[in-house]
Design a protein around this ligand. Sequence first.
Ligand SMILES: *Cc1c(COP(=O)(O)O)cnc(C)c1O
Length: 226
Amino acid sequence: MSDVDVAANLKAVTDEIAAAAEQVDRASDAVTLVAVSKTHDADHIRPALDAGHRVFGENRVQEAQGKWPSLKDDFNAVELHLIGPLQTNKADDAVALFDIIETVDRPKLIRALVKAIDKIGRRPGCFIQVNTGEEEQKAGCLPDDTDALVAQAREAGLEVLGLMCIPPLDEEPSLHFALLADLAKRNGLNQLSMGMSGDYETAVTFGATHVRVGTAIFGTRPKPVA
Ligand SMILES: *Cc1c(COP(=O)(O)O)cnc(C)c1O
């Protein structure tokens, strides 16, 4: 048994979100907590479900396929977010399992998702991932390409809900949160997925509608994941 109290951590993070929202006169229920359960096994995730939490994030399709179908059998109304890079050859599997795909970042993936949606008969909502730090190794479209990619995704028939970003580790995240909020606004998008364990309160003050929090809820991950 792990000595991490997942239910207590969930409550603490939820309270912090509410406090941050209040600071900027936002309603606390305007922020969805995506509990990032990557690398954790079903037994470590279950206490969060028992506590009534229903929104989770995973970053690998195959790993999620291993644990979520049976958890979804045991608990109703689970909403699963894909928050890791998606390869086009996994588009069918992703569309079959996930409710929201947060990492749409290139035309080829848009085409693969449209095809998968037709084939599988499910239509997950999507976020366009923006590489706000223009980091070489990081997924996401460049800020300058965001407008075109949003337009393309919409034209192709994806349900584009908002934008997502992962700021560079060694930079002040606020600038990135502000940039993402700007890009969303000018594209008529009102959902922003930004903020992780280290900076979710800041993200909420910059308008995050979704924060993706793993470590602060489930504790340190068993193995490092990129
Ligand atoms: C792992 C991960 C998170 C959660 O990170 P923590 O620092 O553990 O809260 C959030 N977003 C993405 C895209 C991730 O891969």
